[in-house]
Design a protein around this ligand. Structure first.
Ligand SMILES: NC(=O)c1ccc[n+]([C@@H]2O[C@H](COP(=O)([O-])OP(=O)(O)OC[C@H]3O[C@@H](n4cnc5c(N)ncnc54)[C@H](OP(=O)(O)O)[C@@H]3O)[C@@H](O)[C@H]2O)c1
Length: 247
């Protein structure tokens, strides 16, 4: 791939593994210079940079806990220092802890709100302040905002809030040529979904969609790639439910 000064720059939060890593790899293949954010697992983030570079792309890692507003500001500063500006931001970092509302602890609530909601807010605020004209913002919601199953209360609430932020920001970007959309995956084969679930439950959830399989991180990355690329230019303010038809 030829890297020129016109190469666009994408930040993907929570990109050391799972959906974020697939998005980073896909956007690098699409020609973006990519900033791979993570909070904990530096080794996986660095391995991803090496994979991208071996494929001819350009990427750097940037550690930042998205729950910390100062760290998120530094993440954008690092992107600007490495690549000269930011064109695309994918608000992907997230966690999921399931429990009935009656059994949800204060810590369960606070942690999911801090990372999923506060983290999305911190990232969207910096994106709104700094994105170059013509930029793209994609948030990660979840199909649970409409499925609303038992035990998903706090998680679904954080993702419904992310959709609200996404819709409001769409309107606030008027005049700057910046689109803002959400992608809402269904069950996708990552640690977040698979960890702690017995095989029978995974099988049942995989069969729930008419397409009768789990989403793969690459399926979600393809939807983000569309929204971040030239073919997605007219899609704005939408929630794309990338879930194999699960309803
Ligand atoms: N998998 C699904 O079925 C599914 C369905 C719907 C929506 N989603 C959403 O898709 C997004 C990605 O999920 P996933 O399934 O790929 O999860 P995952 O495999 O658990 O990966 C989560 C990523 O977020 C990073 N992260 C966690 N806390 C962070 C923090 N405070 N600051 C920065 N990065 C942080 C993790 O990196 P480190 O641990 O290295 O920091 C990791 O790279 C999430 O927003 C999730 O809610 C997933």
């Amino acid at each position: 791939m030829t890297v020129t000064s016109a190469t666009k720059v994408a930040i993907v939060t929570g990109a050391s593994r799972g959906i974020g890593a697939a998005i980073a790899e896909r956007l690098a293949r699409d020609g973006f210079s990519v900033v791979i954010n993570f909070a904990g697992d530096a080794a996986s983030a660095e391995a991803l940079v090496r994979r991208i570079e071996q494929a001819g792309g350009r990427a750097v890692t940037a550690r930042a806990d998205v729950a910390d507003p100062a760290a998120v500001a530094r993440l954008f500063e690092a992107a600007e220092a490495a690549f000269g500006g930011v064109d695309v931001v994918v608000v992907n970092a997230g966690i999921m802890t399931l429990a009935p509302i009656a059994e949800s602890s204060d810590a369960l609530f606070d942690r999911q709100v801090a990372i999923n909601l506060r983290g999305a807010f911190n990232t969207l605020r910096e994106a709104a302040r700094r994105l170059r004209p013509g930029g793209r913002i994609v948030t990660l919601s979840s199909s649970v905002t409409t499925l609303l199953q038992p035990t998903y209360g706090v998680y679904a609430a954080t993702k419904a809030a992310v959709e609200a932020l996404t819709s409001v920001l769409t309107k606030e970007m008027r005049g700057r040529g910046i689109t803002v959309n959400a992608v809402a995956p269904g069950p996708t084969a990552t640690a977040l979904f698979l960890d702690g679930k017995p095989a029978e439950l995974v099988d049942r959830l995989a069969k729930a969609a008419p397409l009768e399989r789990l989403g793969q991180p690459e399926d979600i990355a393809a939807a983000v790639s569309f929204l971040a690329g030239p073919d997605g230019a007219w899609i704005n303010g939408q929630v794309v439910r990338a879930n194999g038809g699960l309803a």
